[in-house]
Design a protein around this ligand. Sequence first.
Ligand code: PLP
Length: 406
Amino acid sequence: MSLPESSSSKNPGFNTRAIHAGQAFEPRTGAVVPPVHFSSTYAQDGIGGLRDGYEYGRGTNPTRDSLQEQLAALEGGSAAFSFSSGLAAEDSMIRALTRPGDHIVLGNDAYGGTYRLISRVLGQWGIGNTPVDMSDLDAVASAVAAGGTADSTVEGGGKTRLVWVETPSNPMMKITDIEALAKVAHDAGALLVVDNTFASPYLQTPLALGADIVVHSTTKYIGGHSDVVGGAIVVNDPELAEKIGFVQFAVGAVSGPMDAFLTTRGLKTLGVRMDRHSDNAQAVAEWLLERPEVEAVLYPGLPSHPGHELARKQMKKFGGMISVQFKGGEAAARKVAESTSVFTLAESLGGIESLMNYPSEMTHASVKGTELAVPVNLVRLSCGIEDVEDLIADLDAALSSLGDGS
Ligand SMILES: Cc1ncc(COP(=O)(O)O)c(C=O)c1O
């Protein structure tokens, strides 16, 4: 991490790292915010005479390097790689670490796009998969041991290379024990991948809990303002870094300079935003719990959530995401999703503005009819950082519109 030379802190805290890692001021002018480097290529002092290693923008770019340094410092990794989207990051990482015949064991409530990538794109290249309930460690161990034979999509497939978990998961909000899962994966010679999109490194640092690879859709909390699409991979092992770095360069699904800059700018305020997202979501979840229209509130900050104690152990706070199931079924969920005004009905999550999503027809439509299908009475809330009274008033109006039939 390169903190400014003036920093005397040997062990800087999260917010100090977020603001300073990779953000040293520009030496020529003293510009406090490093300039955005748009150049696609770099002058050479004679053939092969590179300045500071910069040669061509697909391989390296100073603005992308700043972001990668910042991401590595926040996740506690030795290297980070920034991509043009979360799925581009996942695709490049999987290509770097698997071969045809290999197998991935993933959560049976993984993000629909992740499952689509693994099953429908990489499946065609001979990568098998088994979706399993990640909170059931015995079931994970058996799926890993089966490693591409019994229940898998590839007959007689190869070895389980990756165990893949989202915690909290999208949108079922399940919490999985990262430390215990790392042991299950490592005992079988597999790597543990944690999609840390919902928690962000402010709330949870999977590498410190034994995970090998952290994945992010930086489109979400890391960017934080719903104005940039991106993805990242963070690792702590030089051999993994070398393999992933090679595919990042060879395939080239990298983030552009402006996207990297916007992501860096968002990331600087991650800590203050996550505190507020979490506090707002906690208040909204507690309010929802009391409503007669509601069948279930899925939020790890509620003591009634099955993963509450575990979340307290491995997360700093419980995050801004809530899923709600309605007694009135699909009709009630659809009506609520279409009746709010502060919560905007839209895909995505993690921005400062509150968003509402109906996963079974929106973010998770691609897994409809599979075992990853999302209940039709469920809406997902991404609680923004507006005034919480306004969020609750908005939901109050929407829920009240359901009437007695809920
Ligand atoms: C948990 C999770 N992982 C990965 C992704 C994919 O990221 P992107 O949309 O940036 O490609 C998403 C997108 O919604 C997500 O929610």
